[in-house]
Design a protein around this ligand. Structure first.
Ligand SMILES: [Mn+2]
Length: 404
């Protein structure tokens, strides 16, 4: 009889399966059920042939020894398994603690009043892009631009303070906060480690806290919803910016968005689920479909002319896209169809000295009209004289953040 598996192997697997059940054996050894069935046939055949030789005392001893070996192997395997379960449980505990800490911190002590939405036909979009919150920029390397958490908080405050009266001017009562990536920098490169204000975990918490205040302030005036796609600078590992969902969600932007979602659980703020982390279409109440992308998958900067390639997928699915917003290259451009946001951090050493770009800190606003067109507004945020910034000083001290 042809038995394509060694006696030791099938004995080990089948003894385990007999003790714990086939399903358990499948996951323990990583084998499909078919293989276990085949091993059982082989095991039975070996057993039968062993019984034939049972009068051979040596064979009996060998059989016993083999059984004992299997038992020993099983014991070792069970121990290894117990240890991986323990590690898994530890990770789960840490994750639980992280959520509990976040939920019991000062972060959650706030209320939001719900708004009655009187449909005005116009809606507002506040785009937050390329904030790079934890980047430290020194003026001598970047044509006079400085950046740290404190400046970030003041620029963000200026953005919201300028945006509110503009939205009100247009009688807007619904605002979408559209986040298009690069909220914080990861430190995959040495230069990023050097230019980083704090650890990434602390940066992610501070970023969460800043954005939480933006949402709360806007929600005092408007009914707010939030959508987000991930940027390339926030990926955890060098290889993690693949468009597959598992890899792309290994990203601080995804983490910060989900932190916010947890903090606003049960509050009248809508967090809109993305189809994936790379591109998201949000349909506003007036039927306006806006596509959010970070902008790094396209080789050249996206323009009204090159938009066809991006939109062909949506045309194929019958989804009309009325506007595309992106970020990524830190240069603002308001277009008829495509609008790109600059960054909150402004020029850094790389853009100034390597690329020879001129760049200013700014963010974009969109007023979406009844006829599904939009007005695009670029708000310059380079200078923050006279703005106090969001209240993060206590947190900055607690998190031991470096500043310029
Ligand atoms: Mn960026």
């Amino acid at each position: 009889m042809y038995l394509p598996v060694s006696k030791d192997r099938c004995t080990e697997v089948i003894l385990y399966a007999n003790e714990h059940g086939d399903e358990e054996a499948q996951s323990f050894f990583g084998l499909p059920l078919e293989t276990i069935t085949r091993y059982r046939r082989a095991f039975n055949a070996y057993e039968v042939s062993t019984i034939d030789e049972i009068d051979d005392e040596g064979a009996l001893v060998r059989l016993e020894a083999s059984k004992q070996k299997s038992t020993d192997v099983n014991r070792l395997l069970r121990k290894a398994n117990r240890e991986s379960y323990r590690l898994y449980n530890t990770l789960e505990t840490i994750y639980d603690e992280y959520i509990t800490t976040l939920k019991s911190s000062g972060f959650v002590d706030f209320t939001i009043k719900p708004h009655k939405v009187k449909y005005s036909g116009k809606q507002g979009i506040l785009q937050i892009s390329d904030t790079h919150f934890n980047e430290l920029i020194y003026p001598m390397e970047s044509n006079g631009n400085s950046y740290d958490f404190d400046i970030a908080s003041r620029r963000l405050k200026k953005f919201v303070s300028e945006a509110i009266p503009i939205f009100k001017l247009y009688n807007i009562d619904q605002v979408l906060i559209a986040i298009t990536g690069d909220l914080i920098n990861s430190d995959r490169r040495l230069s990023e480690k050097m230019a980083s204000a704090t650890s990434q975990v602390r940066a992610a918490l501070l970023a969460t806290y800043l954005l939480q205040q933006v949402i709360i302030e806007l929600s005092e005036h408007f009914s707010v919803s939030v959508a987000s796609v991930a940027g390339n600078e926030s990926r955890l590992g060098i290889d993690d910016f693949d468009s597959s969902d598992t890899l792309v969600s290994n990203n601080w932007d995804v983490m910060i968005y989900n932190n916010l979602r947890m903090l606003f659980e049960g509050k009248p703020i809508e967090f809109i689920d993305a189809i994936n982390q790379v591109q998201q279409v949000v349909t506003l109440d007036n039927g306006f479909n806006i596509l959010l992308i970070h902008g790094n998958y396209q080789k050249a900067p996206i323009s009204d002319k090159s938009i066809g390639t991006i939109l062909q997928n949506y045309i194929y699915k019958g989804v009309p896209i009325h506007a595309v917003i992106c970020g990524h290259i830190h240069s603002a451009s308001i277009g008829d169809m495509v609008s790109r946001s600059s960054s909150l951090c402004g020029a850094n050493a790389y853009s100034t000295n390597d690329l020879m770009f001129i760049s200013r800190a700014s963010q974009n606003l969109l007023i979406v009209n009844e006829d599904l067109g939009y007005h695009g507004i670029k708000l310059d945020l380079q200078n923050t004289d006279g703005y106090d910034g969001y209240n993060i000083i206590k947190e900055l001290e607690r998190y031991n953040v470096r500043s310029i």
